[in-house]
Design a protein around this ligand. Structure first.
Ligand code: GLP
Length: 238
């Protein structure tokens, strides 16, 4: 696991973009694993600026997203599908049919998505306050594939800011790539900023390999880069 600590979120997004850009430049038909949440917003803005200013093309690029709420309309403003279109897809020349965001609430839908996710060159990840990656909550077996998840109260509480600050409006379930699916990616880039991620970052990097902190599994990945700002790094001791 390679760790980069940046001064602030702006610098974090620029460092993350450097890692992403190297992969984008490596071949034209790169397969990207993408994430939602606040963490990657700055990185996506860098990618959009690079497309506009330098002509980096997404024409042959294929993307697979990590997760989506269950029982939410695809076009709902809070769906991860809408988020991806607003933050990235509608601003670059990617073919809509090459973008994939999981959808559905059945084991069959999950299996179908898992079978489709292939050859991811770089998987982008954020981290939840409880150490979740994707929507793989604490206790999820490391070998789990794409599945339907019941969200913890902590995760729903963290995400209520997108739902009128009302936890009751946050969906109770999600469909998420499993940790096993995530770990198949050739390279992993995890980004985290802010003090409320400091405990999760510490557990991920310095804690034991344990399903209590799903992100600790990344200690086992052969090519994982973690970029955090000083606030998120503030509890690291080593
Ligand atoms: C959400 C998402 C994750 C995301 C994480 C952190 O619940 N399912 O994919 O990485 O929690 O989100 P944020 O970046 O908004 O802090």
């Amino acid at each position: 696991m390679k760790l980069i600590i940046t001064k602030d979120y702006n610098e974090l997004s620029k460092e993350a973009f450097k890692v992403m850009k190297e992969v984008l430049d490596s071949k034209k038909d790169v397969v990207l694993g993408l994430a939602t949440g606040s963490s990657p917003v700055g990185l996506y803005a860098e990618m959009v600026a690079d497309h506009k200013n330098n002509g980096t093309s997404y024409k042959d690029i294929v993307t697979y997203n990590l997760d989506e709420y269950v029982d939410i309309d695809r076009n709902d403003p809070q769906s991860y599908y809408t988020f991806m279109n607003e933050q990235l897809f509608s601003h670059v020349d990617i073919k809509p049919e090459n973008t994939h965001v999981p959808y559905g609430n059945t084991a069959e839908a999950a299996k179908e998505y898992d079978d489709a996710v292939k050859g991811v060159d770089i998987q982008l990840l954020g981290i939840g306050r409880n150490g979740h990656i994707g929507f793989n909550e604490p206790g999820t077996p490391f070998e789990e594939r794409t599945h339907i998840v019941e969200l913890t109260e902590s995760t729903r509480d963290a995400n209520k800011r997108f739902f009128d600050n009302d936890i009751n409006k946050v969906p109770t379930h999600a469909i998420s790539q499993g940790i096993g699916t995530v770990m198949d990616a050739k390279k992993i880039l995890l980004i985290a900023n802010g003090e409320d991620k400091a405990d999760a970052v510490k557990a991920m990097i310095e804690g034991p390999l344990s399903t209590d902190c799903p992100a600790s599994v990344l200690q086992n990945h052969p090519d994982c880069i973690v970029i955090v700002d000083e606030a998120a790094a503030s509890k690291l001791t080593k």
